[in-house]
Design a protein around this ligand. Sequence first.
Ligand SMILES: Cc1cc2nc3c(=O)[nH]c(=O)nc-3n(C[C@H](O)[C@H](O)[C@H](O)COP(=O)(O)OP(=O)(O)OC[C@H]3O[C@@H](n4cnc5c(N)ncnc54)[C@H](O)[C@@H]3O)c2cc1C
Ligand SMILES: NC(=O)c1ccc[n+]([C@@H]2O[C@H](COP(=O)([O-])OP(=O)(O)OC[C@H]3O[C@@H](n4cnc5c(N)ncnc54)[C@H](O)[C@@H]3O)[C@@H](O)[C@H]2O)c1
Length: 463
Amino acid sequence: MINKFDAIIIGFGKGGKTLATDLANRGQKVALIEKSPNMYGGTCINKACIPTKILENEASIIRRENLNNFEDMKARYKKSIIRKDELITKLRIANYNKLNNNENIIIFTGQGSFINEKIVEVNTIDGERIILEGDKVFINTGSKPSIPDIKGVDNLNIVYTSETLMNLKELPKKITIVGAGFIGLEFAGIYSSFGSEVTVVNTHKTILMKEDEEDSTEIINILEKRNVSFISDVSIKEIKEENKLAKLIYTRYGEEEELVSDIILMATGRKANLDGLKVENARIELDSRGFIKVDDTLKTNVENIWALGDINGGPQFTYISLDDYRIIVNQLFGDKTRKTTDRKNIPSVLFIDPAFSRVGLNVKEAKVKGYNVLVAKMSTEVIPRAKQLGKTDGFIKIVIDKDSEKILGATMIAEGSSEIIHLIQLAIDLGVKYTYLRDRIYAHPTMTESLNEILSDAMIKEV
Ligand SMILES: Cc1cc2nc3c(=O)[nH]c(=O)nc-3n(C[C@H](O)[C@H](O)[C@H](O)COP(=O)(O)OP(=O)(O)OC[C@H]3O[C@@H](n4cnc5c(N)ncnc54)[C@H](O)[C@@H]3O)c2cc1C
Ligand SMILES: NC(=O)c1ccc[n+]([C@@H]2O[C@H](COP(=O)([O-])OP(=O)(O)OC[C@H]3O[C@@H](n4cnc5c(N)ncnc54)[C@H](O)[C@@H]3O)[C@@H](O)[C@H]2O)c1
C-alpha cells in the first residue's frame, strides 16, 4: 500500500521540523522521516550545538574553580556528561512530541530512500518497509564528519569525532585535535577547561585564516593560557596506536615529528550526509563538493524536490537551516521574494570563553572591498562589567566606513559578545551611522554600554 502525503520531509533537522509544523498548520498532510530514534530534533540538539554548549558552560565554571587535582576534574567531567545526556534527552522527547501531537504529521522512524522523484521508501528500525508518495519532497538530512584519508585514522580506539568524544565518559588526560576550525577550537576550549592537556594541530600557518590577524592571535593567546598548545603548518602522515596511546606522525618544515596523546579528535570539516538516500533514483544532481545542488530558492534540479540545511552546501549553521525554511515557505506561500542571495550580515559565534563573535566585514575584508576604514577598538579589561564579572580577556572592535560613517562590521572576543553582536547586525542592516550607537542610552553595568566609549572620537583610528 502507498501512503499519500502532500509533503515528505526526509530528516528531522532545524529546517525540516519547522517546515513540517508550518505545512501541517496550513492543513497539509506531512510525513517526516527520521532514521534514528536518538536523533529526533536533529543534529543540533542531539550531537552538536546544544551538547557542546552545555559542556562549554560546565567547563568554564570548573575552570574558574581552579581545581588542580586531575581525579577531581575527571569526576566533574563525568557528571557534566551525565547532565548533558539528561538535558538532550529531554529536548529530544520535547521535539518528538511537538510534531507527533500535530494531527497532520506522521513521523516515520527509519532510513528514507528515493524510489523515484515522488516515491520514498522507509526502512524502519523494526525491519518494516513502508512506501510513501509525496507531491513535494524536502531533503533535510544534514552533514557528517569529513575525515581525511590518513593511514590509521579508522582506529576507533583512539580516533574520535565531535560526536563520539562527547560520549566518552572518562576525561582524557591528553588530547590531540586535528583541525583548527569551529569544532577544533570549541573542543580545545572545553576539554582544556575540564583539565585535559590539549594540542591543536593545524595544516595552515595560523588559525582562522579569514579573520584579522590580531583576532586569531588573541584567540590563540586566550587558549594558550588554558593549557592549549598549537602546532601549525604541518602535513599529517599517519596515526598509530602504541601501548593504548595515540601517536600522530606529521611533517613540519621537512622534518618528521610525532605527538603522543590518549586520543585524537578529527575536526576537519563536515560533508553531505547522503547515506542511504539514493538521490540518483530521483535524478537529483549534486554539486562539485558532493552536496545537493540547489538554486537560490533551494529547489533542486527536480521540480518537486527542495533541499534545506547543511545538505545543500550552504553555511553549516542551525540558523541557516532555519532561514532555508523561511525561503521555502516564502516561495511556496508568500510573495516569492526571499532567496539565499538576499541574505546579508550573517553573524557567527565561536563559543570559546569568552566567545568570538563577528558580523559584517572585518578590517581585512573591508580594505579588500576598497573602503576607507576606521576602527574603533577597546580592550575588554577596561569595561566595568567585565571587571566586575572577572571576565576581562579579549577586545571589541568595530569597523566603520570613513566616508559614509556607517558600520561595516564588528569582531568581538568578549564576554556577552554572542548577544551584543546582534545589535551591531541590526545597525548594519538598517544602515545607521556609528554615532547612532554611540549616543544611545544603555543600562549600567552592561557590556553593551561600552559602545558609548568605544565609538567616541578618542577611540576611533584610521587604519
Ligand atoms: C560539534 C558541532 C557543534 C555545532 N555547533 C553549532 C552552533 O553552536 N551553532 C550553530 O548554529 N551550528 C552549530 N553546528 C552546526 C549545526 O549543528 C548544523 O548546521 C545543523 O545541525 C544542520 O541542521 P540541518 O537542518 O541541516 O539537519 P540536521 O540537524 O543535521 O538533521 C538531519 C537529520 O536527518 C537524519 N537523516 C539523515 N539521513 C537520513 C535518511 N536517509 N533518512 C532519514 N533521516 C535521515 C539525521 O539522523 C538527522 O537527524 C555545530 C555542528 C557540530 C558538529
Ligand atoms: N559555534 C558554531 O556555530 C559552530 C560550532 C561548531 C561547528 N559549527 C559548524 O560545523 C562546521 C564544521 O566544523 P569543523 O570545525 O569540522 O569545520 P571547519 O571548516 O570550521 O574547520 C575545519 C578545520 O580542519 C582543517 N582541515 C581540513 N582538512 C584537513 C586535513 N586533511 N588535515 C588536517 N586539517 C584539515 C581546516 O584547515 C580547518 O582548520 C563548521 O563549518 C561550522 O559551520 C558551528
